[in-house]
Design a protein around this ligand. Structure first.
Ligand SMILES: [Zn+2]
Length: 542
C-alpha cells in the first residue's frame, strides 16, 4: 500500500525534528534530568512538527522504560502511540474538528483519573485555541490543581487566541517556520531515499510553495512524484502548483520599473488571459516585490539560489528608495485584497502606481534643484490619455468604491467556482490539491470531493484536521451555509445517478472561472458599463 510521504517521514525521535533544534534540546534535557512539567504548550505555524513532537513526548513520558529521551518503540505504550497517535492512556483530540464542550470536558475528566496501565494519563489537544470558553474554564480548573498523573500537551497555530491564564500554566515551546533552503534540503534527502528523481529547480519550486511547512512540502513532493511516475521536473511542478508564469510576472515589474505603463498593464493582461486567477497573480507579485527589496537590501532571505542572480539583476531596475515605496504600495494593495476588493483591479492600480515611480524621482530632482533627468518615454496607454511630463504620485492608496456585498450565489456551479477561487486565495497548496478531485458536488449538507484512486495522496493531504477546517470555512463562505466536507475515493456507486447529477465536473467549474475572469477584465468591464450588458456566456478559446 502506498503510504503518503508526510506520514511515512513523520519524525519519530527528537533528533528527527527539522529546524526545531532549540525545542528538541530543551525537551530532551528536561526529560533526561527527570523534570516533567504538568502541561506543555507547543505553538508555531502549521506543518512544522508540533503534533509529531507531542507524540514523541507522549512516548518519552509513558515508555515502559521511561521517562526517557529514547523510547523503546517495543512496549505496548510505544507501539500503540506509533501506530495511531494514541494509546490506552494517551488521548488525542483536535480542537479544530471536535469543538464541543462535552468532548473537551469528557477528555479533561478522563485525564483526571489514574492511568490504566502506563505512567501518566496524557491528553494531547491540537489547535487548542479553538476550544470554547467553557472548555477553557474546565481545562484551567484542572491545570490549577493538576492531578499527579495528569499531563497535558497542547498545540496551537494561534498563541494569541489562547487565554493568558492557560498559557501561564504551561511550559511553552515556540516552533518556527522552516526556510525554503531547509525544506529543499529535507525534500532532497527524502526524495533520494524514496528513489524519486527531482531536478534542483523543481525542488526549489516545491520548497517555496510549501510556505514554511515541511509537511506541505512532502505532500507536494508526493503528489508531483505520483503524477509524474517518480521523476519530477519544473514543468511537472508548475502544473501541480499552477504557478504564475514567472517570466510574465517579472516582465510586469521590469516594464513598471522603466515607467512603461502601457507595457506593464499589457503584460499583466497576458497573465489574466492565460487563465491565472487575479488573486493568485497578486500574491505572487507581492512576494516578488518583497524578494527584490530583500536582495536590493543585501539580504538573500528566502530567495532560492537558482533565482538569486536573475532577481538581483531585476532588483537593480528600480532605485532602492523606489523599491521601498513599491513594497509599501504593495502592502496597501494587500490590505485591499484582504478586504475582498477585486484582485484584478487592485493589481492594475498597483502596477500603474509603480510605473509612476520613475517620474516621482524626477519631481524630487526638481525640488532639490538638481538637473531633471528626462522622464522615460511613456508608451501610449489605453487607461491614461495624458501620458507626458512628470506627475505627482500619491502614495495614499486609492480608496476603492464602497464594496458591494457579494451577491447570493445563483447556482451550485457558481458556489463551487466561488469555493475554488476562495480556496486558491486562502491557500494555494490546498487549492491545487482540491483541483485534483475528479468531481466536487453538494449532497444535502455534505460537500463531497471525490478523488481517483491515483490521487489518494491529495485526498490524504486534505484530511489533515487544519486543512479540513479550512475547507469547511471556505465552503461556508462560498455556499452561505455550513457544509460537512466529505472526502471520498473512487467512482460514484453504481446506479446512483442522482448523486452523479448533483456533482459538477471540473470542466464546468473552470468554465465558470473563465466567466469570472472575463467579468474582472477591465476591457470587458468597461464594455459592459458602456452597454449595460451582462455576460451571458463566455467561450473559452481552444
Ligand atoms: Zn517503550
Amino acid at each position: 500500500m502506498h503510504l503518503a510521504l508526510p506520514r511515512k517521514w513523520r519524525p519519530r525521535v527528537f533528533d528527527d525534528l527539522v529546524g526545531q533544534e532549540g525545542v528538541a534540546r530543551t525537551l530532551s534535557n528536561a526529560i533526561a534530568e527527570g523534570r516533567v512539567a504538568s502541561a506543555y504548550l507547543l505553538t508555531g505555524p502549521r506543518g512544522v512538527g508540533k503534533t509529531s513532537t507531542a507524540r514523541i513526548l507522549a512516548r518519552a513520558l509513558n515508555c515502559e522504560r521511561g521517562p526517557t529521551v529514547h523510547p523503546c518503540d517495543e512496549c505496548a505504550s510505544c507501539r500503540e502511540i506509533l501506530a495511531r497517535g494514541e494509546s490506552l492512556d494517551v488521548h488525542e483530540m483536535d480542537g479544530a474538528s471536535n469543538r464541543k464542550i462535552e468532548n473537551a470536558r469528557e477528555l479533561i475528566e478522563t485525564v483526571r483519573y489514574a492511568p490504566q496501565r502506563d505512567r501518566f494519563r496524557i491528553a494531547i489537544i491540537d489547535e487548542v485555541h479553538m476550544l470554547t470558553t467553557e472548555a477553557f474554564n474546565a481545562l484551567l480548573k484542572t491545570l490549577e490543581e493538576p492531578p499527579p498523573h495528569a499531563r497535558f500537551i497542547l498545540a496551537s497555530t494561534e498563541l494569541h487566541k489562547i487565554p493568558a491564564t492557560i498559557v501561564s500554566r504551561c511550559q511553552r515551546f515556540g516552533f518556527r517556520a522552516l526556510t525554503v533552503a531547509e525544506i529543499a534540503e529535507q525534500l532532497q534527502k527524502i526524495a533520494a531515499e524514496e528513489k524519486i528523481r527531482v531536478t534542483p529547480g523543481a525542488l526549489g519550486m516545491l520548497a517555496a510553495a510549501a510556505e514554511g511547512s515541511l509537511r506541505d512540502g512532502l505532500s507536494l513532493l508526493d503528489q508531483t512524484a505520483t503524477l509524474s511516475g517518480g521523476s519530477v521536473d519544473e514543468a511537472g511542478c508548475a502544473e501541480i502548483l499552477a504557478l504564475v508564469d514567472r517570466e510574465l510576472l517579472e516582465g510586469v515589474f521590469s516594464a513598471a520599473a522603466s515607467g512603461d505603463r502601457g507595457a506593464a498593464v499589457a503584460t499583466l493582461g497576458k497573465l489574466f488571459d492565460a487563465g491565472e486567477d487575479p488573486r493568485r497573480v497578486a500574491r505572487e507579485f507581492l512576494s516578488l516585490l518583497r524578494r527584490l527589496l530583500m536582495l536590493a537590501a543585501g539580504a538573500r532571505g528566502d530567495v532560492p539560489e537558482a533565482d538569486q542572480k536573475r532577481l538581483t539583476a531585476l532588483s537593480r531596475a528600480m532605485p532602492y528608495e523606489n523599491l521601498l515605496r513599491a513594497v509599501s504600495l504593495a502592502i496597501e494593495s494587500d490590505a485591499l485584497l484582504r478586504r475582498g476588493d477585486d484582485a484584478g483591479i487592485v493589481l492594475q492600480m498597483l502596477v500603474l502606481k509603480l510605473a509612476e515611480l520613475p517620474r516621482l524621482k524626477s519631481i524630487e530632482g526638481v525640488l532639490s534643484g538638481a538637473a531633471v533627468p528626462a522622464a522615460p518615454a511613456a508608451s501610449a496607454s489605453p487607461l491614461r490619455s495624458d501620458a507626458r511630463g512628470p506627475r505627482i504620485l500619491s502614495l495614499v492608496s486609492v480608496e476603492a468604491e464602497e464594496a458591494a456585498p457579494a451577491p447570493a450565489p445563483a447556482s451550485p456551479a457558481d458556489s463551487l467556482s466561488r469555493f475554488s477561487n476562495l480556496l486558491d486565495a486562502r491557500r494555494r497548496v490546498t487549492g491545487a490539491q482540491v483541483s485534483l478531485a475528479e468531481s466536487i458536488g453538494v449532497d444535502g449538507d455534505d460537500l463531497v470531493l471525490r478523488f481517483g484512486i491515483d490521487k489518494a495522496a491529495a485526498k490524504e493531504a486534505l484530511e489533515e484536521p487544519p486543512v479540513r477546517k479550512l475547507l469547511a470555512e471556505v465552503a461556508r463562505e462560498a455556499f452561505g451555509r455550513p457544509l460537512r466536507v466529505v472526502l471520498k475515493t473512487g467512482p460514484p456507486a453504481d446506479g446512483d445517478l442522482g448523486q452523479a447529477a448533483r456533482e459538477v465536473p471540473r470542466e464546468a467549474i473552470s468554465r465558470e472561472r473563465a466567466s469570472n475572469r472575463a467579468e474582472t477584465d477591465p476591457v470587458v468591464r468597461s464594455a459592459m458599463e458602456l452597454f449595460r450588458a451582462e455576460l451571458t456566456e463566455v467561450k473559452e478559446e481552444e
